[in-house]
Design a binder for this molecule. Sequence first.
Ligand code: RIB
Length: 305
Amino acid sequence: MPKIFVVGSYNTGLTIRVPRMPALGESLVGDSFDMGPGGKGSNQAIGAARLGADVRLLVCLGDDIFAENALRLYRREGIAIDLVHQLAGASSGIGFVNIVPSGENWITVDLGANLQMTPQHARDCAAEIGDCDILMTQLEIPIETAAAALRLGKESGATTILNPAPAQPVKREQLADVDILTPNASEARILLGLPPDDPSPPRDLAQRLLGLGVDCVVITLGGDGALIADGVGTTRIPAVSIQVVDVTGAGDSFNAALAVSLGEGLALQDAVQFAVRAGAYTALHLGVIDGLPTRADLKDLGRES
Ligand code: RIB
């Protein structure tokens, strides 16, 4: 059972389906409202636990009703809550998720308590991080905190994964302790300081990210699968063909499965194949938590690794 330490966010997702993206200033009627747990760190932790990993989660919540929901979720999913901080006077993170008929989304977040997670919060977990196989983090917490966690993971010999979402331009030194960087294509562009719709192909983006000193870049490409790039070359992993319902959380599911497979000792290419299947499973479901697969769920979706 791989040991995975996740340093990340919790947000409550307020989701509706909309017929299209609204124009600026327009009020648009949607439907299918759902309020459910989300946040990239929390989703990735639950995803990894469902796939059988021994997961520890460092996360900051507010002292509101949303935090109570999060604690209930962690108890139900068997995730220890000793590193779940409830910060007095803070609001828990909130995400507004709009889903268009193609299953694609756009998300806006107020990160609330997530932004109060400091590098010291991570350093206070040095012993637990020292015991993990994989250290995984994202950017819904301050980048200094993510960097501190990655440093602790690296120092202890863990494999470190940074899912750089939401993306922001990064400096070389902020990636110094990242073994595997897992942006989607638009995040890759933003990391490099390019416009999100820059036409550079993923292969070029990956090479430029490797140039920032990361050992390995895995770019998730939705319906086109994923691209792995490292010092040796690039490999394209094909997508699983599905009818997309909602892509929300598919990236989190991908990262969770990648971490679990690598923690189990799979080769990177096999781990990415498994992760692509996990992400596809999530995209078949409306909402995030219901779409995070167990291993049994993935048996019916292509080849079980
Ligand atoms: O990756 C999807 C997640 O991003 C959602 O759960 C939303 O809360 C945002 O944090």
